[in-house]
Design a protein around this ligand. Structure first.
Ligand SMILES: [Zn+2]
Length: 336
């Protein structure tokens, strides 16, 4: 019996040593990991953190910072978020912004959470990509509501000096406005990371050249097919398309989000089409498809589906490719 006890103590000792070895190995591993993390964080804090508000701004900034190791570029929203009209900041967004040095936004009222951000992070530099650029005035048929909105209340929402109407924020849909936004973004990033400013200005030049190529194509289409074409649009963003292609927009039904279209609105659209000899309608696949099908059934109009360029992959050339598809589609729409 004595021998048996001795034997089991021996076994326990062996087990104890094994456990200790395991603990030491694990601890070593954990400490190494912590050390590496500290190193990595130390490295990251030296970099300038830039956060963009949503997709078109992220893609523009991505083209500017390409090849620079001075900055970390992140996007607030997901690549599939779309427009930010009703966006609510998440706790993760707040963490991202708390670490950021520069917050790049589109402006034009599309980021309606901006005053909260300004209050929460008074030291964060917020720059607006459309600063100094001429945006179109919002010109959308009012969505039918149960009660008439109080005009005084509406006016209170108009911040800034311009109280005539809100701005149409979708400026990136006009390649000339987008080029201006890219120039602004390059300047804003150069200001916070002067060391790499040369890279940013070179990138700006190369990217703007590609955008100019798109602008030239649109100008050619405009000159070739311009014939006072009346169009109806199913998305506020396409006011910029109508403007750049020299089309006369007779009606805008804004389907920028999932919503019910009332019978009254359908009647209005059909009335405008008939009354203005409209044959081309510009719509978005995502929210305008149902209405597009209705109109194609009821009239001789053809609906052309364009990309609003607010969703996609984080690929650098996604704006250029998306806009090229839009140009090809517009050419088809106008050369009939
Ligand atoms: Zn929008």
């Amino acid at each position: 019996m004595g021998r048996n006890v001795k034997k089991s103590v021996g076994k326990n000792k062996y087990l104890f040593v094994c456990c200790m070895l395991l603990v030491i190995t694990l601890a070593g591993g954990i400490f190494t990991k912590i050390y590496v993390n500290i190193e990595k964080n130390g490295e990251d804090t030296e970099k300038i953190r830039i956060v963009t508000s949503f997709y078109p701004i992220y893609i523009a900034a991505k083209n500017i910072v390409d090849g620079s190791d001075g900055v970390i570029l992140e996007n607030l929203s997901e690549p599939q978020t779309g427009c930010m009209h009703d966006y609510q900041l998440t706790p993760q967004d707040m963490i991202l912004l708390s670490k950021a040095d520069l917050f790049l936004v589109n402006g034009g009222g599309i980021e309606n959470f901006l005053s909260d951000v300004g209050e929460s992070y008074p030291n964060l530099i917020i720059q607006t990509a459309t600063e100094g650029l001429k945006l179109l005035e919002e010109d959308v048929a009012p969505v039918e509501e149960d009660s008439h909105p109080d005009e005084d209340v509406q006016e209170e929402h108009n911040h800034g000096e311009d109280i005539h109407g809100e701005e149409n924020a979708h400026g990136w849909m006009d390649t000339r406005v987008y080029a201006g936004m890219v120039e602004n973004i390059a300047d804003f990033i150069s200001q916070v990371d002067q060391e790499n400013a040369e890279i940013y200005q070179e990138n700006r030049e190369a990217y703007c050249e590609k955008i100019e190529n798109l602008s030239n194509q649109i100008e050619t289409i405009r000159d070739t097919f311009s014939k006072e074409e009346n169009v109806v649009i199913f998305h506020e963003a396409y006011e910029y398309v109508a403007e750049q292609y020299g089309l006369s927009q007779v009606y805008c039904l804004n389907l920028d989000e999932e919503r019910q279209v009332s019978a009254g609105e359908v009647a209005d659209v059909l009335g405008e089409i008939a009354g203005n000899d409209v044959s081309v309608i510009l719509a978005e696949e995502l929210y305008g498809k149902d209405m597009g099908e209705t109109v194609e059934k009821e009239t001789a109009c053809k609906v052309y589906y364009l990309d609003t360029l607010v969703r996609g992959t984080y690929e650098k050339d996604s704006y250029l490719k998306g806009m090229q598809r839009n140009i090809d589609c517009m050419k088809q729409a106008l050369e009939k």
